[in-house]
Design a protein. Structure first.
Length: 274
């Protein structure tokens, strides 16, 4: 595989790099704020994740064959546009009139990306280099580690704000939140109150693993430290197997059929019932 890999080829929205044998980096760059769109998911992120898994597995098989005790390491970092320090991802690109459900806005493949084996085969790190909203927040949650700017140089928030503009969560979002956030009060704060967390609040509430003072390069440097520390745990080939059992219920829920609803649909059902 030749790197860097820019996808889609006819209008790149992400770039995949492989700066060292045990590390892959996916950079989101759909405009400044890296909005999530059907093209970014289907023709950018999905094939990039497949490439990472395929490449890592080739390395792992070679290490197993050669009995290389230092081979088979691996980690993946996802970061917002590297030339700026304002956004990780501003979430789904909302069209007007807005779609009744996030899945309708993104097609049916976003939940599959959230449960993609690439999130389970090697340690994954979200390098949150700015605002992290809605679908971007959820993308960071499925990663194993979250590292964020501390907000001292520029404001940076995490927020699931769908409740404020009338978009129904996909079932996958709720399943992931329940798996990653255990406190029901914090679940309520995120999902039903649409609270806008500062980085320091999010760290205090356990949503982040590290805060970094500085710019995108500094956040990436810390993410690489975490990748080096835990990438060795991919060597045994069981990182993904353990995670698939740890989050078995979540994966099963994500795999259920979707029921696209909206406030108008729910109200019509209530009208007929009452």
């Amino acid at each position: 595989m030749s790197y860097p890999l820019s996808l889609p080829a006819d209008g790149p929205l992400i770039t995949l790099t492989h700066p060292k044998p045990s590390l892959w980096i996916i950079e989101l760059h759909n405009g400044i704020d890296s909005r999530l769109t059907v093209d970014l998911i289907d023709r950018g992120l999905k094939p990039a994740l497949d490439t990472v898994e395929r490449d890592w597995r080739e390395h792992w098989r070679t290490a197993q064959k050669n009995k290389d005790k230092n081979g088979g390491k691996g980690a993946l970092i996802i970061v917002g546009k590297r030339s700026q320090d304002k956004f990780f991802s501003n979430g789904v690109l909302v069209v007007y009139p807005p779609e009744p459900c996030i899945d309708a806005a993104l097609g049916l493949d976003f939940p599959n990306v959230l449960s993609n084996p690439n999130f389970f085969a090697v340690p994954t790190i979200a390098a949150i280099n700015g605002h992290c909203y809605a679908g971007g927040f959820m993308l960071s949650l499925v990663c194993d580690y979250r590292i964020m700017t501390d907000g001292t140089k520029r404001n940076a928030w995490l927020c699931m704000n769908e409740v404020h503009f009338g978009a129904v969560w996909p079932l996958s979002f709720a399943a992931i939140l329940r798996a990653k956030v255990g406190d029901h009060r914090l679940q309520r704060k995120i999902a039903l109150e649409g609270h806008r967390f500062t980085a320091k609040e999010a760290y205090s509430d356990g949503l982040l693993d590290h805060l970094v003072t500085g710019e995108t390069a500094d956040i990436l440097a810390k993410a690489e430290e975490v990748a080096d520390k835990f990438g060795v745990n991919a060597q045994g080939g069981v990182w993904g197997l353990i995670k698939s059992d740890l989050y078995r219920d979540t994966l099963a829920t994500i795999g259920q059929n979707l029921r696209v609803v909206s406030a108008a649909i729910e109200d019509a059902a209530a009208r007929s019932r009452l």
